[in-house]
Design a protein around this ligand. Structure first.
Ligand code: G6P
Length: 614
């Protein structure tokens, strides 16, 4: 939800600002803008559309050479208040054009602030909540006192924010603040960088400081001063960020999504590394995570997440029930946080998140923390807020995921849930040694099974053409195939804009069967297993109504060949981890359908990868 980037130094920063913000476009991409304070004026340029459009616009100004343009802020927007338009894009400036602000988050009391500012004679140019920040800060501003003005303004606002503020009367200063929206500071050799996450910074420096809630920082030249919510100075501890710039490049792939799909064997290998060993029968979780006392104490597990992470949680439920014999509940974080969930010190709350920044998951985690409930976060983004809020953290280690549609992060989430379930099941004496040996073998086999599955996916491009003109489609599955069907439908709808519903196959005749006709492609997950014969029945029900079946089946399934010719085989042999294998053809299918329909795969309309607002 909106990306922020800023630079302060001694050399021209304009091109680097544009380059940097393009790395945050996954956070939103409906408009973009930048501000460069200069002694003459505040230079603010905005554009509706992607960063590339802003880049073109900026090129017509003569801004790339002059070292006077050495401080600047830039923003890429995902609209919350006000349509995507030039007026609503950031930065927003105060009435005198002295102050310029970029903001990520939502100012919840902006209406009342706006009307009292209007009654004081201030005017507004946009429909956004963010503009009140610019007007307020400028109202309090006195030359040389930018930090003071920001502090005063923030006292008036409720809600969530990561902001960066510049003034053309203090051009060597940048003030940033954070509350519930992420913000980091990077210390380069001769420049300081601020950003929503480390991605645009890592090519300049690996020294990253993660701002905490309530922190405000003032950067003057190369001096960074950070204060807590009571304006007390904080000692800055930079952390080393190991991410490489290469890991956020497309590497010859047409899209990040395709690259990330094909990175899944490596993502799984890295999630396994140091945790699973072929000659051991126990899972080694780092840092004594989920120690024996805790594992023996818990009597329930609650899994929370949003979107794809929630689907991973649903698969996790089946795995936990089987491995731990504990009752498991899976909740949308957004719903959990506003109910009165029954949790206590004997419940384990597991929050799953790729970004570690999803507002609803953070809110749900905070609720668990308030109830003194033990919390474990399964997170991909290193150093993200969730990793600091949860009692314990296990990283999925899938590497940066840029495509909005989650792929490798999903697989790594399922795998890590599997490891956690095995760990708990081992301590609680549910899994005997033989079973553990067998399951460890499956884990270690998974990367090569994924590679084998890729080889069998060569006909997916052709199958994708079936969906070119489809308007509706169903994804059906049973058991863990059900959440995978939900995930398949989500993938298809988010990047190809085809209405896709994931359904439990057994529920077909309780409603969705009415939708089936010859125009309706139906994707069925039909691996050999204890529910196979039931799934065949469901397939026959669809066929009898003229529906077009696309079946994802076990390697060498002859029976299915008599039913439909549109078959995708997976190299199925890793038990319940097959849920990862079957997700892969569905990811590829969505990808190729989106490509054949000419959709913007990595940046689908209306969506953003990191949802930092409720
Ligand atoms: C957005 C993303 C999804 C993601 C969901 C939860 O909707 O587009 O890919 O699954 O947020 O995000 P999280 O970062 O918490 O996993």
């Amino acid at each position: 939800m909106c990306g922020i980037f800023g630079i302060i130094g001694k050399k021209n920063c304009v091109q680097d600002l544009l380059k940097g913000i393009s790395k945050l476009e996954y956070r939103g991409y409906d408009s973009a803008g930048l501000s460069i304070p200069s002694t003459k004026e505040m230079i603010t340029i905005k554009n509706k559309g992607k960063v590339s459009g802003l880049q073109e616009k900026v090129e017509s100004f003569n801004l790339f050479k002059d070292d006077a343009y050495s401080t600047g802020i830039i923003h890429t927007r995902w609209a919350t208040h006000g349509v995507p338009s030039e007026a609503n894009s950031h930065p927003h400036n105060g009435n005198q054009n002295i102050i310029s602000v970029v903001h990520n988050g939502i100012i919840e009391n902006y209406r009342s602030l706006k009307s009292s500012l209007i009654s004081e004679g201030y005017s507004f140019n946009s429909e956004t909540d963010s503009e009140v920040l610019a007007v307020l800060i400028e109202k309090f501003y006195e030359k040389g006192q930018l930090l003071k003005a920001v502090n005063k303004a923030l006292k008036e606002v409720d809600g969530a924010y990561a902001i960066a503020v510049v003034s053309n009367e203090d051009i060597n200063q940048l003030v940033v603040a954070r509350k519930k929206s992420p913000l980091v500071i990077g210390k380069g050799k001769d420049r300081i960088f601020i950003a929503s996450d480390p991605l645009p910074i890592i090519e300049y420096t690996k020294d990253i400081f993660y701002m905490k809630d309530g922190y405000v920082a003032s950067i003057i030249g190369d001096q960074v001063k950070v204060y807590d919510e009571n304006e007390n100075p904080i000692e800055i501890k930079y952390e080393h960020c190991s991410m490489s710039p290469q890991s956020i490049a497309k590497d010859g792939y047409d899209h990040f999504m395709l690259k990330e799909i094909y990175e899944q064997p490596e993502a799984i290998e890295s999630a396994i590394a140091g945790r699973v060993f072929k000659d051991q029968t126990e899972i080694t979780l780092e840092d004594d995570i989920l120690n024996k006392d805790l594992v023996n104490r818990i009597n329930r597990i609650v899994i929370i997440g949003c979107g794809t992470a929630w689907h991973a949680g649903l698969i996790g439920r089946n795995i936990f029930e089987r491995f731990t014999k504990l009752p498991v509940q899976v909740d949308y974080a957004s719903d959990f946080r506003y109910r009165d969930p029954i949790i206590d010190e004997n419940t384990l709350v597991i929050a799953i998140s790729q970004s570690g920044e999803t507002a609803d998951t953070l809110g749900a985690l905070a609720l668990a923390n308030e109830n003194k409930t033990p919390t474990l976060a399964i997170v991909n983004a290193v150093g993200s807020t969730m990793t600091r809020e949860a009692n314990e953290v296990i990283y999925t280690r899938a590497g940066p995921e840029i495509g909005v549609a989650s792929t490798k992060a999903f697989s790594a989430q399922v795998l890590v849930l599997y490891l956690v379930a095995m760990h708990i099941g081992t301590i609680r004496g549910i899994l005997d040694v033989d079973e553990r040996k067998r399951r460890i073998k499956n884990i270690l086999k998974l990367p090569s099974s994924i590679r084998e599955t890729f080889k069998k996916c060569s006909n997916i491009k052709k199958i994708a053409s079936i969906f070119k003109d489809a308007t509706n489609t169903l994804f059906l599955g049973r058991g863990t195939g059900y959440p995978v069907a939900l995930e398949g439908a989500l993938k298809l709808k988010e990047i190809s804009y085809i209405h896709a519903e994931g359904y439990h196959a057994a529920e077909l005749k309780h409603g969705p069967l009415a939708l089936v006709d010859e125009n309706m492609p139906v994707v069925v997950l039909a691996l050999k297993g204890r529910r196979y014969s039931k799934i065949i029945n469901n397939i026959e029900e669809v066929k009898a109504r003229g529906g077009k079946i696309i079946a994802i089946v076990s390697e060498g399934d002859k029976e299915m060949k008599n039913i439909t010719s549109d078959i995708i085989e997976v190299s199925e042999d890793v038990g319940i981890l097959n849920s990862i294998l079957v997700a892969i053809p569905m990811q590829l299918l969505s990808y190729y359908v989106a490509v054949v329909r000419g959709c913007d795969v990595d940046q689908p309309r209306n969506l953003a990868k990191s949802v930092t607002v409720e």
